[in-house]
Design a protein around this ligand. Structure first.
Ligand code: 0PR
Length: 427
């Protein structure tokens, strides 16, 4: 059916998808001519209706959330900025430097002149850059390894594969914290970095990074902290009075830190931050970058893996920080923390299930009181069948909740009702 003329279909018809070729998504030929949006907009939107919207309240286990409207507006306005060529975008580059300084301040940096970093595409890229820096700074190590707990995010598997680095996993104790004796025993002359996690992916737990810092000092090792999730939660929870062992640049041994604005920072996707301390006047972190000499805007050195990279996430997050300030973010995080408690309270009513570890931030894991992987798999499936989406960590036999800003107490109430029903019907 040819539908190119604007006047051909009425408004009502636009909302009757059956008048459009239902097969538009099965066509395999690249369209020869452009088509009036009316001919493809409805199929497009109908297809996208398959995506689960955050405001349905159904997404209870993902570490992402809609961006704050201020961030979204700034992003849309400055969508064309390319930080792959800083020389063409010196304004955006200046904002990026300032953003790095502000985030360093949030994470315990006391001397911003001995500090640097970049926005990245997220925790994966930040972790990769950190490990690349650690490797570059120690060229004498031929067969590098890194020591990290078993709770490591899978980005480290990618890093290991891409960079030919051996991953040495310290096992977890029954309380899901790393066994620090075993952690220490894994360190050797070929260890290029110790890695601590400030907010594990499965349970949001904080590694004893203060103890790892002591090991870094004892063995003269690079120490990276993966705070992709927790790095933008812990400073606010500390302010609310919660206590954690130190996990950030307040520890002089922490070399680099990964923190993601696109998680609890409510910035647009993708946005991570790679932060690095210089150990001295050599500007250590400059050595880990790559020279790009030929750009129209002038050559520069970059850590980033991406070439062309969006500048708008920098602008959006810088603006959002100005708009909300520490207090504004604090309110958002407090609400998520309160919801975590509410969820815990609701769950305490369900004897078949138990909370895996007391939550340290707005991440909470559950499993059966008599742990059983098959039951956990089945429960996850039944919840999905009813349209509830949790994280499922099969290896440690748990279902993960993340109380992101889009979750409300009403959503949790509805969820608990369905959960109890499923447990009655199937277990
Ligand atoms: N480090 C930690 C501790 C993480 O939890 C994550 C992501 C990363 C690094 C990597 O960050 P990027 O995904 O930004 O590269 N953790 C989330 C997770 O695994 C990622 C995510 C987010 C997955 C939303 C699904 C989703 O719907 O759960």
């Amino acid at each position: 059916m040819e539908l190119s003329s604007k006047s051909y279909i009425s408004f009502d018809e636009i909302f009757s998808p059956e008048i459009f070729s239902p097969d538009i998504l099965s066509t395999v030929t690249f369209p020869k001519t452009g088509k009036n949006p009316k001919t493809w907009q409805i199929p497009l939107e109908n297809t996208l209706k398959n995506d689960i919207p955050y405001n349905s309240g159904r997404i209870l286990g993902a570490m992402s959330t809609p961006p704050h409207e201020i961030a979204a507006k700034l992003y849309a306005k400055y969508i064309d900025r390319n930080l792959g060529d800083r020389g063409l975008n010196p304004g955006t580059a200046k904002l990026e430097n300032h953003l790095v300084t502000l985030m360093g301040n949030l994470l315990g940096v006391d001397d911003s002149t001995q500090f640097g970093g970049n926005m990245t595409s997220g925790g994966t890229e930040s972790n990769l850059i950190a490990m690349n820096l650690a490797k570059t700074l120690q060229p004498h190590i031929q067969r590098p390894n890194i020591v990290i707990s078993e709770a490591a995010h899978y980005s480290f598997e990618k890093i290991s594969h891409l960079m030919n680095i051996e991953l040495r996993y310290a096992p977890l104790l029954p309380d899901f914290t790393p066994d620090m004796d075993k952690f220490e025993a894994l360190i050797d002359d070929n260890t290029i970095s110790l890695v601590g996690i400030a907010g594990t992916s499965a349970l949001g737990l904080v590694d004893p990074i203060d103890q790892m810092a002591k090991l870094a000092r004892k063995y003269h090792k690079f120490l990276h902290v993966d705070g992709a999730f927790g790095g933008f939660v812990l400073p606010f929870l500390e302010e609310l009075g919660l206590k954690y062992p130190q996990y950030d640049f307040r520890l002089p041994e922490v070399s680099t830190f990964s923190v993601d604005p696109h998680k609890m920072g409510m910035n647009i996707n993708p946005s991570g931050l790679f932060l690095a301390r210089n150990s001295g006047s050599d500007k250590d972190h400059d050595q880990g970058g790559f020279q790009i000499p030929y750009l129209a805007g002038g050559g520069h050195q970059t850590f980033n893996i991406l070439g062309t990279r969006p500048g708008a996430p920098v602008i959006a997050f810088w603006g959002l920080i100005q708009y909300l300030g520490f207090q504004g973010f604090s309110q958002i995080i407090k609400k998520s923390w309160n919801l975590t408690h509410l969820l815990q309270e609701y769950l305490s009513d369900i004897p078949q299930l138990q909370v895996v570890a007391p939550p340290q931030m707005n991440v909470l894991g559950i499993q059966f009181s008599n742990p059983n992987k098959n039951n956990t798999r089945k429960l996850n499936q039944k919840l999905r069948d009813r349209g509830w989406y949790l994280g499922h960590f099969d290896q440690c036999d748990l279902l993960r909740f993340v109380m992101m800003p889009h979750v409300s107490s009403e959503h949790l109430g509805a969820f608990i009702g369905d959960l109890k029903q499923i447990l009655r019907d199937y277990f």
